[in-house]
Ligand binder design. Sequence first.
Ligand code: PLP
Length: 400
Amino acid sequence: MENFNAANNIQDLQYFGEFGGVNPSISDSSTYTFLSAKTMFDTFEGNTDGCYLYSRHSSPSNLYLSEALAKMEGTESANVTASGMGAITSVLMQLCKSGDHIVSSRTIYGGTYAFMKNFLPDYQIETSFVDITNLEKVENAINKNTKIIYCESVSNPLLEVADLRELVKIAKKHNLKLIVDNTFSPLSISPNVLGADLTIHSLTKFINGSSDAIGGVICGNTDFINDLKNVNNGACMLLGPTMDSLRASSILKNLRTLHIRMIKHSENAMFLAKKFEEDGLIVKYPGLKSHKQHELFKSMMNAEYGFGGLLTLDVETVEKANELMELMQKENLGYLAVSLGFYKTLFSCSGSSTSSEIPEGEQKEMGLSQGLIRMSIGLDHDIKRTYEKMKRCMEQVGVL
Ligand code: PLP
């Protein structure tokens, strides 16, 4: 951990384009020629390094981006996918067979929750959803069929922080795989370095950073990544969630500036969270001392990147939340939109949008209020100016 520096690892990757370009060439082909039929056969058998077969399996552009993301997470290998859900579903389908069981955090992205709750049971794969911050509950939920512990390092949307070191211990003790979705905290937290087996990202968010692409990645050891790409039984090869080469090349360029962006996202979010808290608003941000897992986040983080760009504001009713968000959009303080990690601030009311797959009763139980606004704080140059404008909006709708 001490010598691990994700940004340096990415920076040290040197790729040249085919004609000496400063960016690697984009592989604009779906299929590849072989000088001998024997090499083609060997490639199908997975015995030839450096040969490409067919771009659903892998392509030079996808391998460049995958390698960079493996460097970022400190894993041996990685495989990019066409979306974050493409990464999550492929991993779960690869690791779980009929009769298997998953222990998952109950506060996770709504799409992941829906997949585990509504889709996997048709394949006789059951999930127990637990409070991931209660390690006893996590361990008690494990049964003889359990294969996986699944969580988000910082959860969507409640920003609960998982104790990855302790979860690693539980996973090891019961011979399970710990899978961590690290979408909310790239660079800040490095799950695999802390002992997790697989780290997943929706690249759609901070890593790409410009809200113009959908993408995902699975980072893990070489054997598992090769299993995913196996032509006979690999979920990424057979289900086909393959990223397009053009997209891989554009996300790789954006990845090169992630370290600078994360510092600014975190700095701006910290400023606003502190101010909102001083104003007496119900605000959650892992960087605030009042956050339940503030010390835990500190003990796991790569400090220079801060506590991330997401905060939540609870204005108690959905009507107030909608009024405030509409006004803030009108004042050009950000967009009323789902997603996160954009250079402009994005806000949405989680209960009725990205977590709407979770039934209202369960939302209540986990502490997800209908008036909870999730804010992904942008790269605003003058955050003090932004705060003054936001404060005026809050006064106008009667939240302050
Ligand atoms: N994981 C988290 C934490 C997310 O917030 C999302 C999307 O919002 C996903 C995964 C799914 O990613 P994608 O939309 O790229 O499929």
